[in-house]
Design a protein around this ligand. Structure first.
Ligand SMILES: Nc1nc2c(c(=O)[nH]1)N[C@H]1C(S)=C(S)[C@@H](COP(=O)(O)O)O[C@H]1N2
Ligand SMILES: [Mo]
Length: 209
């Protein structure tokens, strides 16, 4: 009698712990429903400060400066007029890559297109992205030139949600989320080994997942 109870108790334990595991799986399955995309607007949010910039499209300017031949100030409309591509990608935060992740169909301008326009000097080694919240992340110039690295303004065919960087963010497929600068307002080309916010705190500068 006692033994049976104990067995039942163990069974119960086993069942409840497997339910816990199922519970964990079903969250991630929910996230990866429909074309493998995370339901729009339900992705994780990570930001280093409390500030969520509220950028008006009329005021938006992307400054492209540094050691380049043709510095630029691009309006939102300028960006819309440039050739765009779509890239399906998984954005993942380095601090909890299993849960802090989302599958997104991004649309934007290949960063390489803007690099060709501005003509970096031959000694440039990095592009530093600045967010309107003061955040920064750096990319080695070779990574920045890869064809699927985007200056993105759409996610799943809709404008970016405000918390995810509206109106414009970087998208760096294959690299950790901290390189995906939200509320992107400046791209700075440099021959110096500048480190971004998380890179300067010890996260890999070569942020390949
Ligand atoms: N401007 C800005 N961009 C940022 C951050 C930030 O704090 N400020 N956090 C980065 C980090 S650590 C991650 S994981 C992703 C999270 O993007 P999401 O909130 O759209 O999921 O944004 C990155 N881009
Ligand atoms: Mo992150």
């Amino acid at each position: 009698m006692r033994l049976t109870n104990r067995r039942d108790f163990l069974k119960l334990l086993l069942i409840s712990s497997s339910l816990l595991v199922l519970g964990r799986l079903s969250i991630s399955e929910m996230q990866h429903a429909q074309n493998g995309l995370t339901p729009f607007g339900s992705w994780y949010v990570v930001q280093y400060s409390q500030i969520v910039p509220d950028i008006m499209l009329n005021n938006y300017v992307l400054t492209v400066d540094g050691e380049i031949e043709n510095p630029l100030k691009l309006t939102y409309q300028d960006l819309l007029n440039m050739p765009s591509i779509e890239v399906k990608d998984t954005i993942q935060c380095v601090s909890d890559p299993y849960f802090l992740r989302a599958n997104v169909l991004w649309k934007g301008i290949p960063l390489s297109y803007v690099i060709d326009m501005v003509k970096p000097k031959s000694n440039v080694i990095k592009v530093v992205g600045y967010g309107a919240d003061g955040y920064t992340a750096d990319l080695p110039i070779e990574k920045a030139k890869e064809p699927n690295v985007l200056i993105a303004y759409m996610a799943d065919d809709k404008p970016l949600p405000q918390v995810h960087g509206y109106p414009v963010r970087l998208v760096v497929p294959g690299w950790w989320g901290y390189t995906y600068v939200k509320w992107l307002v400046r791209l700075h080309f440099t021959s110096k080994n500048i480190l971004g916010y998380w890179e300067s705190l010890g996260y890999p500068d070569y942020a390949k997942k």
